[in-house]
Design a protein. Structure first.
Length: 95
């Protein structure tokens, strides 16, 4: 594998922040946290500063501006389908 895979975390509740921590601390072999996305991202920006990644409040904007190889979706189950469809259209691997 050449370089690290670009990883985004979508959904920044308690579970999403744990995923950010895991990827950021190299517990995901070959992956690098490059972006996070949540509609309420502005309310938790202070918690995200330590990751030094781009913050988005819209998945479409993130996919347009940020190359993503893998997305970790940490959303409530009722919100999965719409986001997963968008990720699949952009050929992003989904966890």
């Amino acid at each position: 594998m050449k370089g690290k895979m670009n990883i985004a975390v979508i959904g920044l509740g308690a579970r999403g922040l744990k995923f950010c921590e895991a990827v950021n601390n190299d517990r995901v072999y070959g992956g690098k946290l490059v972006a996070v996305c949540d509609p309420m991202v502005t309310k938790i920006k202070d918690k995200l500063e330590k990751y030094n990644v781009k913050h988005y409040d819209d998945v479409d904007i993130m996919l347009k501006h940020q190359p993503i190889d893998i997305a970790i979706v940490a959303l409530p189950h009722h919100a999965y389908l719409e986001i997963i469809k968008k990720l699949a259209e952009h050929k992003v691997h989904i966890i």
